[in-house]
Design a protein around this ligand. Structure first.
Ligand code: HEC
Length: 156
């Protein structure tokens, strides 16, 4: 009977270690520490999660006629995508060729315009580049969701 208590305690001890609040400081070794960090920071999809949010905020900023806010999110989108391909280098070629090298600076320039039509045209160019990269990366199904089907420039 004496052993039953110990057996009952074992899973509790294991769980306590696995879920310690000091999950990095108390990791059993360096390798585990970096594995935990890599896992938690995620891959390209984590970068797309941020990109998605900021792209919606970009649309909202243009709707509210707040170009400074639009520019802010546009700059953060570039950083998010770069962070994404730092973690997943295979995504860099298409990110640069389809989005960052040419479209990104053009849209950046256009978002500074005083003319709302020019800013919205830039948004639609950005949207096309997002969607083109999804096709190039074999995730075309990403284009069939509200963020792309509903968030467009207003019709005059
Ligand atoms: C490399 C080219 C590339 C570019 C540029 C790109 N995407 Fe993506 N996107 C991907 C890939 C690949 C995935 C799937 C990620 C995965 O499975 O790891 C994805 C996934 C997504 C998702 C789903 C994310 C989730 O898990 O919730 C959204 C939303 C998205 N992209 C929006 C955008 C928007 C908006 C832009 C433009 C501002 C954009 N993407 C630009 C390649 C790209």
């Amino acid at each position: 009977m004496k052993h039953v208590g110990v057996l009952l305690l074992l899973p509790t001890l294991f769980w306590a270690q696995a879920t310690s609040a000091d999950w990095l400081v108390e990791a059993p070794d360096e390798g585990t520490r970096y594995e935990r960090l890599e896992q938690y920071l995620g891959g390209f999809s984590a970068a797309m999660w941020e990109t998605h949010h900021r792209y919606e905020m970009l649309h909202e900023a243009l709707t509210l006629d707040n170009p400074e806010l639009a520019l802010y999110h546009w700059e953060k989108i570039r950083d998010a995508i770069r962070g994404g391909y730092m973690k997943r280098p295979a995504r860099q070629a298409n990110s640069d060729a389809i989005f960052l090298d040419v479209i990104w600076p053009d849209v950046h320039e256009a978002l500074r315009s005083d003319d709302a039509d020019i800013r919205w045209a830039a948004f639609m160019r950005a949207r096309s580049a997002c969607m083109a990269c999804h096709v190039a990366e074999d995730v075309e199904y990403m284009n069939r969701q509200r963020v792309f089907t509903e968030l467009v420039a207003p019709e005059d």
